[in-house]
Design a binder for this molecule. Structure first.
Ligand code: KG4
Ligand code: ZN
Length: 343
């Protein structure tokens, strides 16, 4: 049976929709079309996501995105008919989730299409499968985003086992907060990384000792690292020493990646698994990707699916339907650990 699924994602600051096809001869669900409206520019002026503004933006962006995708694909939709709506129900910002869920419910009711709730983190967790046909179970899912950082063993669809979750900040948060300390605009992760790359290219053998940013190697944690960086910057400022921004960026990036590397290595040896599915916004980080290569085979989510998107939400729905697993209802869950999606 062929299914055509409309997916909706509004858990944070991206309004996104996608059409996913699954069943029939497809081994895995495929993305027919997708659209995204990013709010990054809006929130950048406040130095972070403002929840009320995010919710309001979703409210205005969603109807436009949905009608655009449906009219662009009108022949297909006419022919196949939508069989389900998959909407992110958590974890995320309550107001933002509410906008997506309410829209999905209204649209589903008006068109007599069932609406299912999807766990946003399950989207990140399965997203490496979207573009790597060779990636098989079991694999280690390393989810590194602005709000979440966790390592899970993925034994199959709906068979997820938490290995470690950050004790405090997320990796993306560590990038963004460190970037902010150097005056780099939110979200600063990508720019911090570009600066670090420049430094490494010009100084391949240099270390970044004067910026003593301490990596945590015995547990997944980033708050100490951030504090030590702030202390190092303050010290330089007090001594009237000008900060070498690129060098400082390299120090921070190394410490964040050292922490992730140590914990992923521990997870690889605890499970004996060396296939690593890397996803979430920070998975776009090239230094992280290259460092992980000596731990095993790395399967990063495709660049456009590293950050938040609706394609991965529809993909989860398609995978669960194809493998005979139930889908959740549309209750909004601001907190929703992904391992609860097992079974
Ligand atoms: O997954 P995502 O789009 O949103 C959340 O669900 O949080 O991740 C956004 C995070 C931000 O913290 C951003 O700075 C970070 O991903 N990020 C990066 C890079 N590109 C995005 N961090 C480091 N290096 C990058 N190249
Ligand atoms: Zn996300």
């Amino acid at each position: 049976m062929n299914n055509l699924i409309l997916a909706i994602e509004t858990s944070c600051d991206e309004s996104a929709v996608a059409l996913i096809s699954c069943g029939g001869t497809n081994i895995r669900p495929s993305v027919v079309s997708e659209k995204i409206a990013s709010q990054i520019a809006l929130h950048a002026q406040y130095g972070g996501v403002v929840p009320e503004l995010a919710a309001r933006e979703h409210l205005t962006a969603l109807p436009t995105l949905v009608s655009a995708i449906l009219s662009e694909q009108s022949n297909l939709v006419e022919d196949r008919k939508l069989s389900a709506i998959a909407v992110t129900c958590g974890p995320g910002l309550k107001g933002s989730l509410l906008m997506g869920v309410n829209f999905a419910k209204g649209f589903g009711l008006a068109n007599e299409i069932p609406v299912y709730g999807i766990n946003h983190i399950e989207g990140h967790l399965l997203s490496p499968l979207m573009s790597h046909a060779r990636l098989e179970f079991p694999y280690l899912a390393v989810i590194v985003s602005g709000g979440h950082t966790e390592i899970l063993e993925v034994r199959g669809v709906a068979d997820y086992h938490l290995i470690e979750r950050t004790a405090d900040d997320a990796a993306g948060e560590a990038f963004d907060k460190s970037a902010a300390l150097m005056g780099v605009q939110y979200p600063g992760g990508a720019e911090l990384s570009r600066n670090a790359e420049q430094y490494r290219q010009l100084n391949p053998d240099a270390d970044c000792e004067s910026y003593r940013v301490s990596a945590s190697k015995s547990q997944l944690s980033f708050s100490g690292l951030k504090t030590s960086f702030r202390v190092a910057l303050d010290k330089l400022k007090r001594a009237n020493v000008e900060v070498d921004v690129n060098r400082a960026c390299a120090a921070v990036e190394s410490a964040i990646v050292d922490t992730l590397y140590a914990r992923i290595r521990a997870a690889c040896s605890a499970t004996g698994i060396s296939r690593i599915g890397l996803s979430g916004g920070v998975a776009a980080n090239t230094y992280l990707r290259s460092r992980l290569c000596d731990l095993g085979e790395v399967f990063p989510a495709e660049h456009k699916w590293c950050g938040d998107n609706a394609a991965m939400i529809g993909f989860v729905a398609g995978m669960r339907i194809t493998h005979g697993f139930s889908l959740a209802d549309t209750t909004i869950r601001a907190r929703w650990p992904v391992e609860e999606m097992s079974g």
